[in-house]
Write a protein that binds this ligand. Structure first.
Ligand code: LLP
Length: 431
């Protein structure tokens, strides 16, 4: 199996985190998001421990909550003692509602409005990860209005090509995010931050992209950022206390994908950072990382009910499901790979090559093409694996479809963390 929290029981049913998924589909209905709570906790611990060992001091992970944001997830990561990265006032609001300690929250984004900035400061946000000079001035002004000095990191573009999909690559020089070292704008924004009275510059941030299998791009990023820190120290006498290396480590969506040891990767980055700091003559900064996908992706699974099977002789066979791009837009957007199974007949021979199609009124609404399944029948339960990251968080009400419920699996226990939307929810704001 693609992940060790998935198995098949004696009834031939797919099990997830020890639960029979066919029973869960019966109990909660479909489409249904499932999240394995223990897997999320395990991953938080792997990152926290590996980072402490590799980087020492106060180094720790921040969960990138754009991957999966709802109240309960902030409670879980808080119980695990790690911080969070939020990118919008909506994520901020959710974290506050969940009682998350906001001093451990970092506010990202390339266009924070004055209202966002005021809301975050009033919510006692720990840090802004500041993207550009205009924003720097706006934060300085709002902090000044409140008589505080606001902690910030500056988002720097290190000019690294991480060899991932163009659309999820963010560290290259022409990215919409951050200030590039190559163009001199990174130094310029640093100099500006050092002059502003209501800003406390704590260090720098970079994020090179997402779903990165190779380990070298992270080393390249660390090398570039530490050299930048040394350069700034030499030119401006300022030495960064914190370096945030962003997220981006890949997960297995298909059997052919390699599995990654996050702890080994972190240990190697740690060794490199130690030697680079000595070589460059700088103090080792506190290191932060922002894993999103690698904390929650394989903690997730989505269940659907199969509807129509449509065979277009000589062309293809479609199996339609009761969800689609509205609950998982990733194939439509990026052509992302997924493993698909029939949960109620998990041991049957996979003798039918199908395209899994959603129910939206749009021909690009596909979940996956060319998957081998036992010939699907109306009423079968279709499971899409590894959907914990960027599925619920990227869902929409396209075609006015209600969002699925999100159910947590925790040992023997299963409980609803996000209720299924109703038609009334969808029309609530229609005047
Ligand atoms: N930190 C920053 C500043 C980010 O922009 C991101 C992701 C992360 C951390 C977390 O990266 P992760 O560990 O999850 O790779 N919607 C796309 C992914 C976009 C990622 C955007 N930034 C997808 O579904 O693949």
């Amino acid at each position: 199996m693609i992940s060790d929290n998935i198995s098949i029981n004696s009834a031939g049913h797919l099990c997830f985190a020890g639960h029979d998924t066919v029973e869960l589909a019966g109990k909660y209905g479909t489409p249904l998001y499932l999240i394995d709570e223990q897997r999320v906790r395990e991953r938080c611990r792997i990152y926290a421990e590996a980072m402490k060992n590799a980087f020492g001091g106060d180094s720790h992970p921040l969960f990138a909550s754009k991957a999966l944001s709802f109240k309960r997830i902030y409670e879980i990561i808080n119980e695990e003692g790690i911080g969070t990265d939020i990118v919008s006032p909506g994520e901020l609001y959710t974290a506050v509602l969940a009682g998350f300690p906001m001093e451990k929250a970092y506010f990202h984004g390339n266009n924070k409005t004055d209202e966002d900035i005021a809301f975050a400061i009033d919510s006692k946000i720990g840090y802004f990860v500041c993207d550009n000079i205009e924003e720097l001035k706006a934060i300085n002004a709002e902090a000044g209005n409140r008589g505080i000095r606001q902690n910030i990191l500056l988002r720097i573009t290190p000019g690294i090509d991480p060899h991932t999909l163009e659309k999820i690559s963010t560290g290259k020089v022409d990215s919409k995010f951050g200030a590039a070292i190559e163009t001199g704008q990174a130094e310029e924004i640093t100099a500006a931050a050092l002059t502003l009275p209501n800003i406390r510059l704590r260090g720098f941030h970079c994020h090179i992209g997402s779903q990165i299998f190779e380990f070298e791009p992270f080393c390249d990023a660390a090398r570039t950022m530490l050299s930048f820190i040394a350069d700034i120290k030499a030119k401006h006498g300022y030495e960064a206390e914190e370096l945030n290396l962003g997220g981006g480590m890949a997960v297995r969506y298909k059997e052919e994908h390699p599995s990654i040891s996050y702890a080994d990767n972190i240990a190697q980055i740690g060794a490199l950072i130690d030697s680079l700091c000595k070589e460059l003559g700088i103090n080792k900064p506190t290191i932060l990382m922002e894993p999103g996908r690698s904390i929650v992706a394989d903690a997730g699974m989505t269940l659907y009910t199969a509807g129509t099977l449509k065979e277009i002789k000589g062309f293809k066979t479609y199996v339609s499901i009761d969800g689609g791009m509205c609950d998982n837009p990733r194939y439509a957007l990026y052509g992302s790979p997924y493993t698909v199974m029939l949960a109620n007949r998990a041991n049957d021979e996979a003798d039918c090559v199908c395209t899994v199609a959603g129910r939206c009124c749009e021909s690009g609404d596909l979940i996956q093409e060319n998957v081998a399944l036992p010939r699907p029948k109306r009423g079968d339960i279709v499971a899409v694996l590894t959907t914990g990251a960027y599925n619920y968080s990227m869902s929409s009400n396209y075609n006015r479809l209600p969002r699925p419920a999100l159910v947590m699996l925790d040992g023997d226990r299963d409980y609803v963390a996000v209720r299924r939307e109703t038609y009334a929810d969808i029309t609530r704001n229609d005047v």
